[in-house]
Ligand binder design. Sequence first.
Ligand SMILES: [Zn+2]
Length: 298
Amino acid sequence: MNHRPTAFRNAALSAVLASFLIAFAPCDVRGNQDVTLRRVDRWWVAESANFSVWVTSTAEEACATAARCERWCQRLREDFHGSCERPPQSPRCVVVVHDRSTDYCRAVRQTAAGSTGCTTTATEKGRLTFCRVDLRGDLGNWRENALPHELTHVVVAELGTKSSVPDWLNEGLAMLVESDPLRHRRNEVLRAAWKSGRLPSIQQILEDDRNPEGVSLNLKYAARASILQHLETKEDFPALVRFAKACTEEGCNGALKSVYGFNGGVEELEREWRVSLANEFAGTTLALRSLREPDEVQ
Ligand SMILES: [Zn+2]
């Protein structure tokens, strides 16, 4: 869930990963993905066209994860870029699945297991030059939630914008691909806040991940997800992508005006969003767009 568009800061593990490469065998992977497998120290390393996947559990898990990454990446690139091709000169993405929370925390330099996944990217003049995803493999649902969430951050980083897409928007986009049960749980967090009059302000939702007083991180994420869902109902998904790009060039208020016609900027968005929540929570059911995982075999 955590997103850090920063330079790679895990030199020690990088050195481990870069060493000991031993050619092993091709995977037998459903979905016709061309994946090769290597054994590196205690890691199984599955390499596909766009990913280098590191897991400690089994060779099968490594291969299956690489194939899963390829399927999601193809789907997300089609949605965000209109093409499933990797942007020219973009690096292959390293995906590390940690089987212990302590290893994950050490890798992402977090003192507590406050997130389930972390994407680290570096860009140079808008071009992605480094990409790594760390995942909490000790959590049972990382395949359905953290993996597609973090891969969305990767594809957003591939958009080639000169500055980073704002965190709130990046996270909102990533939550659109989470499983229906998780999205509904987020919605229940929001419903509880709405009922008790504790909805955060738009400024609290849009600011970075410092926790505003009285607003839990869960609630803040739920609100971000809800705002993205609201924007998605106004136009189509390509409009959301145009909005993300426009935010990096015109700022949020300018992008809301040029893409969605909100002349009043974020305040107008907030008013409309609160009305939509009132309608939804007063009894009207919001139909969440169901975004199932891409089929196993394509
Ligand atoms: Zn995230």
